[in-house]
Write a protein that binds this ligand. Structure first.
Ligand SMILES: O=C(O)CCC(=O)C(=O)O
Length: 384
């Protein structure tokens, strides 16, 4: 029922169904405030050094960040190309103008910074702006898109899986399938009007960045550069636009509880102003502080399996706060449903026997959604 959406009303108290038991609460005062999440400089001309940095980040953290001024510049992209920023009409309101002002400021930076952008900053800003506009739609508009059926390829939903879970999470989210775009975009929200164009552009850019990262992750494992892209088949791509409203009791609940991602690679654009992402490292939760215009990259379960356990699909969670709402846009690259997944043969040997059995993504994904999000690592169910 669309009434379950939490972004359509102001809440002064946390409803009982969101309250975690004492043992499950986030213990916000124990979180390490200043996470040392590795930052990888993709523009470093020393490719071997970049590959080594990525390998180290994947095995130590399963997470790393890339900043836009460090993205390699894709050949098709030329500074001065027509802006994709959609706002210019009065009805888009003040926030759109504020975003546009920022875009203009960004574009007045030096050529060098513009040239280094692999994922154009204006595309990122436009995606974040249109996501905010989406969650400002009226309750009636939102109700038209609501569904709690995890099988629906386009849905505005809430929490994680309200049909199964016993305690809810302080999150509304728009879930989209994004590849092939021509197939799915006609199902996407038609409101706000620029939504489809802006998000399509963002999806295309993110996909290319994902493939560039695959090449470097493959190389860091000693595999052929195109190994991951090839072995995962024609990749699906999904997106979760996460909105975490202000929460009256953030110490009692989560935006998203601890989980790993079931897919291969996640590219996360975070709210620049509001922190909330935390990752588990050596038994402690560490906060991933937002860096201006950076993207957070995290490995999903399929790259942990493919690397035969050398790389980590790390537990992470989103916490909420009582001062400000928070937005994040997660893009998930997912293996083709029918390809055989599991450890790369080259990484299996006498001293490193296969840790995981072979399976299809279809099998994995169904298992993932049949559980609670914060149960045991889903890959544990696929051990040899
Ligand atoms: O909002 C965040 O920072 C984390 C989002 C996330 O983990 C997810 O969508 O799976």
């Amino acid at each position: 029922m669309a009434e379950q959406l939490i972004s359509t009303a102001v809440h002064h108290t946390l409803p009982e169904s969101y309250v975690r038991s004492e043992a499950e609460r986030p213990r916000l005062d124990e979180v390490v405030p200043d996470a040392d999440i590795p930052v990888v400089d993709l523009a470093n001309p020393d490719r071997a050094a970049v590959v080594a940095q990525i390998g180290a980040a994947c095995s130590s953290h399963g997470f790393f960040q890339v900043s836009p001024s460090q993205f390699p510049f894709p050949p098709a992209y030329k500074p001065g190309r027509r802006s994709v920023f959609p706002f210019g009409k009065r009805e888009w309101g003040r926030s759109a103008f504020a975003h546009r002002a920022r875009v203009c400021r960004v574009w007045s930076l030096t050529d060098r910074q513009v040239l280094n952008h692999g994922l154009p900053l204006e595309v990122m800003l436009a995606a974040m702006a249109v996501a905010h506009e989406f969650f400002r739609l009226s309750p009636e508009e939102k109700a038209k898109l609501y569904s709690d059926d995890p099988a629906k390829k386009m849905r505005l939903s809430t929490s994680f899986n309200v049909r199964k879970e016993t305690v809810h999470n302080w999150r509304d989210y728009l879930r989209l399938h994004c590849h092939p775009l021509e197939q799915f975009v006609p199902e996407w929200p038609a409101n706000p009007p620029p939504f489809r164009d802006v998000m399509s552009t963002y999806c295309k850019e993110v996909r290319q960045l994902g493939f560039r990262l695959y090449a470097m992750i493959s190389a860091s494992l000693g595999l052929e550069q195109d190994y991951i892209k090839k072995v995962l088949g024609e990749q699906e791509q999904h997106m979760a636009v996460n909105f975490y409203p202000k929460c009256p009791s953030p110490e009692l609940t989560y935006g998203l509880p601890a989980h790993t991602d079931p897919n291969a690679l996640t590219i996360l654009m975070m709210d620049e102003q509001v922190a909330g992402l935390q990752v588990l490292k050596e038994g402690r939760w560490i906060a991933v502080n937002p860096r201006p215009n950076a993207l957070v990259i995290n490995l999903g379960d399929q790259l942990q399996a493919l690397s035969n356990g050398r790389y980590k699909s790390v537990w992470h969670r989103a916490v909420v706060n009582s001062d400000r709402p928070r937005m994040s846009i997660a893009s998930f690259l997912c293996p083709c449903n029918c390809v055989k997944l599991g450890p790369a043969e080259k990484l299996i040997g006498e001293k490193s026997p296969a840790v995981y059995r072979n399976y299809t993504y279809d099998e994995y994904y169904k298992k993932f959604w049949s559980r609670n999000l914060d149960q045991e690592h889903c890959l544990e169910l696929f051990r040899t």
